[in-house]
Structure formats: structure tokens, C-alpha cells
Design a protein around this ligand. Structure first.
Ligand code: 5RP
Length: 255
């Protein structure tokens, strides 16, 4: 349940200062220890998940893993997995996923997540809500007290049709939290930039909050009730394990 605290364990890393990318890699490699032969695996998206995908390919090539089927959560992960020779399928053919490994943008103390700053939230949510075990891999900068409280984006995937209207309604939902709703764009020009288009042909409206958004399940239901919204980036009660790599060590938090 979203109100129960998680357990944790820790192992010290070396005294050398590690880069953020090295921490991401450490978390990713730790998560791949959960992978066993004959598994259907959800392959996440982003700069952390790509280390896990590369490690899975390496173990397959070394003959240490066999008969893995990957379900990619984005076109970019599909391309990476194909280039590394990981056998792939989809949810139509493999609706039950044994284990998914993915990064996150924010993790709260109850292991609820914000995902989708990389734009792949819909496919990620489809794959990760169909899995038996969902291991999230982050460096310690992603840990927050409240989702949406970091001042960074809470992404919502919306259909392009009248997206301004949908953005207006999203903003109105969170008026009390000082919400600002912005269309995600690729670069800026005089007319405001070209919209970022997801793998599913949709747009993303990023929500920014000045104050706590309150009960996450209520917020989730209210967002999903709006016509024009496809999915949002809150992943509530989905992670079964979060692996956090920090300067002081790797912490494994289990739900
Ligand atoms: C992509 C995601 C990513 O998992 C999330 O943005 C974290 O990315 P990174 O590992 O690059 O920090 O949700 O849609």
C-alpha cells in the first residue's frame, strides 16, 4: 500500500567520488542480478535503464543467461536491444512479464514514482503494470519527500487534438498547488518551438507545482478522468523494489 514504509539494506561503495552515470550503472548492474534465464523482461527507457539493457545483452553473449525475451518500453530501447542482439517480443504475444527494470525521475518514501521525463511513460506503464516484479534503478538524486515537489516536470501524455484545452483543464485541476502546465517542445522558436511527439504520436504536457499535490491516488484519478489525457507519469504502488546508488553505497528498498 502507498502508506506503508519500505525496508532497506545498504553496502558501502569505494571512497572514490563517482559520477552520476557511474552511480546509474551500479544500480542497473545490481538490478540485473534479479534476472534469470527463461524470463520475459520489461526493458526500460533512459540513461539508467540503458545500462541494464547493455548488461543483459552482455550476460546473454557470455552464455550466463539463456532464453530471455525482452519487451521494450520505447522505440529507442527497441533499437538498443536489437543492436545488441536481445530477442524481443511485445505484450500482445507475452502479456505476463516476469520482471521489468527501469529508471525513474522521482521516488518517494513509499516507492511511488514520477516517470516520463524521457517521454516514454505510456509504454512504460503498460509494460510495468503487467509485470510480476518491477525493479526501479536510480541514483540518489531521484529520492524526494513528495512526488511533484522537486520543482521538475510531472509529465502527462495527451492527444494532440486541442491540447491547449487539455492543458488548461490540467492546470485548473491543480490550481491550489500553483500548477503551471507547459507543452513539451523540441527547441524554441518565435512560435514557441516544435511539439515533442511521443512514440505513440501524442504530445506531452509537463505540470509544475509550487505546492504539494495532496493524495496521489485522487490526483491520478482526476487526471485520468479528463478527456484528452492518455496517461500520466505517476506510477503509484507499482515498484516492488527500488535500487538506489549513492556515494555511501547501494540501498535496496523492497515494498
Ligand atoms: C523515460 C523515463 C525514465 O525512466 C526516467 O526519465 C529516468 O531517466 P534517466 O534514467 O535517464 O534519469 O521515465 O520516460
Amino acid at each position: 500500500p502507498s502508506s506503508s514504509p519500505s525496508s532497506s539494506s545498504s553496502a558501502p561503495l569505494s571512497p572514490v567520488i563517482l559520477t552520476q552515470d557511474e552511480l546509474k550503472k551500479i544500480a542497473a548492474y545490481k538490478a540485473v542480478e534479479y534476472v534469470e534465464s527463461n524470463m520475459v523482461l520489461g526493458l526500460g527507457t533512459g540513461s539508467t535503464a540503458k545500462h541494464a539493457v547493455a548488461r543483459i545483452a552482455e550476460l546473454l553473449n557470455q552464455g550466463k543467461l539463456h532464453n530471455i525475451i525482452g519487451i521494450p518500453t520505447s522505440k529507442i530501447t527497441y533499437d538498443q536491444a536489437v543492436s545488441l542482439g536481445i530477442p524481443l517480443s511485445d505484450l500482445d504475444s507475452h502479456p505476463i512479464v516476469d520482471l521489468a527494470i527501469d529508471g525513474a525521475d522521482e521516488v518517494d518514501p513509499f516507492l511511488n514514482l514520477v516517470k516520463g521525463r524521457g517521454g516514454s511513460l505510456l509504454r512504460e506503464k503498460m509494460v510495468e503494470s503487467s509485470c510480476r516484479k518491477f525493479v526501479v534503478i536510480v541514483d540518489e538524486s531521484k529520492m524526494v519527500k513528495h512526488l511533484g515537489g522537486s520543482g521538475l516536470a510531472m509529465p502527462v501524455e495527451v492527444v494532440p487534438f486541442c491540447w491547449k484545452f487539455t492543458a488548461m483543464r490540467l492546470k485548473a485541476l491543480f490550481e491550489d498547488s500553483g500548477c503551471v502546465a507547459k507543452l513539451r517542445t523540441l527547441g524554441e522558436n518565435e512560435s514557441g518551438g516544435v511539439p515533442y511527439v511521443t512514440d505513440n504520436g501524442n504530445y506531452i504536457v509537463d505540470l509544475y507545482f509550487k505546492k504539494d499535490i495532496g493524495d496521489l491516488k485522487v490526483a491520478s484519478d482526476e487526471i485520468l478522468r479528463l478527456a484528452g489525457v492518455v496517461e500520466h507519469g505517476m506510477f503509484i504502488d507499482m515498484a516492488t523494489t527500488v535500487i538506489v546508488a549513492g556515494e555511501l553505497g547501494v540501498t535496496v528498498k523492497d515494498k
